[in-house]
Design a protein around this ligand. Structure first.
Ligand SMILES: *Cc1c(COP(=O)(O)O)cnc(C)c1O
Length: 426
């Protein structure tokens, strides 16, 4: 390693479109707005002797670990579902709570893979800024858990209809650093307000698809799966709202290809949305979503009006590079898939994950995948019912409600900051 490389730390950032190089804290490419991708010094996948997700610290943009967080992705070869669908090489990446299989993500979704490296990175930067997270539920829970573990200050901006999703992981009591804003409207309204707040001095946005800690955290699903499968899968199935998980799977596969031991072709992304509220599907196949969306969805977590589709390094590029595709599944198909999955694999899954299972069933039934292909199915959330059986879960309560007609007001940000100051002074 040259002294120049050493001084650059364990990774540099590079624009996925024009290859311009940036330092660790840059957000997007100055020239074309492209997503920046981490390029790690370490080119080989060598699991570190740390628990859970931290096993992949070489390919996470952090120097240290959060010892109290020990969860991670798990992967296993499917028996029951594989037989049912006539697939010989189906692997399941399970992200959620299933202790029997070693899955202990305690807010039950793969957002638990995003929050720890994001918070660790902020703490390594000095940890002075209040983190703002807009979420339809799962992301909020994951970050709330991390705030309880670390004491990191957090503002959650959540659509009022999603408030009932803000349950706390068992044992999470230190909620003093969490401030919850309930927003009348949907996820997009929460995002708009969250962006304005995060723009203020002293605040930092979670960053969405631009957040390298989020993408590389979610990328560990592919890393863990490849350790089990011993090679890259041919196909990767995931339910998407923003599509960030799909981008992450693609990026992880690029690193694995560079490693040299796991194959030379990235898995074809099979991204799945929930009809009729499917903006990414529309972007590829045409059409538009219903005005009522996300009302009536099987899982509203999958609705994002502004997914990172056309941005360089975004969903469109990921689909093109992997010869991937996007499909939409109905509530009915998802419901049936959920039932079948639980019957064949023995664990409950989140509605979003069932949407991905439905697409796999369809692809297998219609012969779009071959029986001997290596397929990775990302179960992005599950085990919530199992968790509820053994623990009673407390919920976060609202610290401040913002009505629809207040959201556009200039004063609203000032009011939030004042209320937050008061809460933090207590
Ligand atoms: C967030 C989420 C998704 C969609 O993730 P993307 O950001 O679109 O990749 C899918 N399933 C569950 C359970 C989620 O929480």
């Amino acid at each position: 390693m040259s002294s120049y490389e050493r001084s650059m730390g364990k990774f540099t950032l590079r624009c996925t479109r024009c290859s311009a190089k940036y330092d660790a804290w840059h957000h997007v490419c100055d020239k074309d707005g492209g997503l920046l991708r981490t390029e790690y010094q370490q080119k080989h996948l060598i699991p570190a002797p740390h628990p859970g997700i931290w096993k992949f610290i070489d390919w996470l943009p952090v120097d240290g670990i959060i010892r109290s967080f020990t969860g991670g992705p798990i992967a296993y070869q499917s028996g029951g579902l594989a037989r049912e669908l006539g697939l010989k090489n189906l692997w399941i990446a399970f992200n959620g709570y299933w202790p029997e299989r070693g899955a202990e993500l305690c807010t039950c979704s793969f957002k638990d893979l995003e929050a720890p490296p994001t918070i660790q990175r902020l703490m390594e930067r000095g940890g002075k800024e209040i983190l703002v997270v807009s979420s339809a539920g799962n992301t909020a829970r994951a970050f709330a858990h991390l705030s309880c573990l670390t004491g990191y200050p957090l503002v959650l901006v959540v659509p009022s209809a999603a408030m009932n999703r803000l349950w706390l992981s068992p044992g999470d009591e230190r909620t003093e650093q969490i401030f919850v804003i309930s927003v009348e409207g949907d996820y997009s309204d929460a995002i708009s307000l969250g962006e304005r707040l995060a723009d203020q001095v002293g605040f930092v946005p979670e960053g969405g698809a631009r957040n390298i800690a989020r993408r590389d955290g979610m990328g560990t699903v592919m890393l863990e799966s490849v350790l089990g499968m011993r090679s890259l899968p041919d196909r990767y199935f995931q339910a998407v709202g923003s599509g960030t998980g799909g981008i992450s799977a693609w990026e992880a596969s690029i690193r694995l290809i560079e490693d040299g031991r796991f194959g030379s072709r990235p898995p074809a992304l099979h991204l799945v949305q929930n009809l009729p509220c499917a903006p990414i599907c529309n972007a590829v196949h045409g059409g538009s979503y219903d005005e009522d969306c996300p009302h009536g969805m099987y899982d509203p977590v999958l609705f994002n009006r502004r997914p990172p589709f056309d941005v360089p390094g975004g969903v469109s590029d990921a689909l093109e590079a992997t010869q991937g595709s996007v499909v939409g599944m109905t509530n009915e198909e998802a419901r049936e898939a959920s039932r079948l999955f639980e019957e064949k694999e023995g664990i409950d899954i989140m509605p979003a994950a069932a949407v991905a299972v439905a697409a796999l069933i369809k692809a297998a039934t219609e012969g779009q995948v071959r029986a001997d292909e290596k397929i990775l199915l990302n179960i992005t959330g599950g085990g919530e019912r199992l968790l509820r059986k053994t623990s009673s879960l407390n919920r976060l309560s609202t610290d401040m409600s913002i009505k629809r007609n207040e959201q556009g007001e200039d004063m609203v940000i000032g009011r939030i900051k004042e209320k937050l100051r008061e809460a933090r002074a207590k």
